[in-house]
Design a protein around this ligand. Structure first.
Ligand SMILES: CC(C)(COP(=O)(O)OP(=O)(O)OC[C@H]1O[C@@H](n2cnc3c(N)ncnc32)[C@H](O)[C@@H]1OP(=O)(O)O)[C@@H](O)C(=O)NCCC(=O)NCCS
Length: 172
């Protein structure tokens, strides 16, 4: 993903944007080579994003996608991703997901910490998100990450029908 951030600092891909994490996992900005792996993880969920959806977000100047990548010898695997849209007034965490076989390894925690660092550096005052009311795992994850319920939109989701819980985390 390439673009200029809100304060004119280039945020243009891997070099200088990688966050070293313990072991063989690392969080970095996504690139075009990650699209298929992200779509495969998303396909495990109800509200899935296609490869085209990820490509569109990667081209958007006010969007960022991070992935958590694990390196084992010469092979690399994408374990999860997080998508953020932002402007000066706020941001929205559009999607975060971890491969079904790799949950509860703090992979989403690593990614959201990277998202929060970006929001903090950009001086963005808040981040919002919406989550299915029945998605207990995500609700608990977001609460632990400091989000609080802002309001509920009845029957917002389809296939299956569900309420949306709008959550907010302020940074200022
Ligand atoms: C929500 C999701 C991203 C969490 O990813 P993860 O890497 O497993 O989360 P972490 O390991 O970082 O969990 C951090 C904390 O979140 C909470 N949590 C995560 N999954 C949970 C679950 N299934 N049940 C209860 N709490 C959970 C726990 O407090 C956990 O801390 P702990 O393991 O020390 O108890 C993952 O379950 C997922 O991909 N779900 C499908 C996609 C989705 O629903 N995305 C959100 C809506 S867009």
């Amino acid at each position: 993903m390439t673009g200029r951030n809100l304060h004119g600092i280039s945020d243009s891909g891997h070099a200088g944007n990688q966050e070293a994490v313990p072991g063989t996992k690392r969080v970095r900005l996504a690139d075009a080579g990650d699209v298929k792996a992200m779509a495969a993880i998303s396909a495990q969920e109800y509200d899935r994003w296609s490869a085209a959806d990820f490509e569109q977000s990667m081209r958007h100047p006010f969007a960022r996608i991070w992935v958590c990548e694990e390196t084992l010898g010469s092979s690399r695997e994408i374990l999860g991703y997080a998508v953020l849209y932002f402007d000066e007034d706020g941001s929205e965490l559009m999607h975060i997901a971890v491969d079904r076989g790799r949950r509860r390894e703090r992979i989403a925690t690593r990614m959201i910490e990277r998202v929060f660092a970006f929001i903090h550096n950009q001086q963005i005052p808040q981040v919002m998100l919406e989550v299915r009311a029945e998605n207990d795992a995500a609700g608990e994850f977001y609460r632990k990450a400091g989000f609080r319920v802002n309001h509920i939109v009845r029957d917002y989701y389809r296939n299956p029908t569900d309420d949306a819980v709008k959550m907010l985390r302020r940074f200022k």
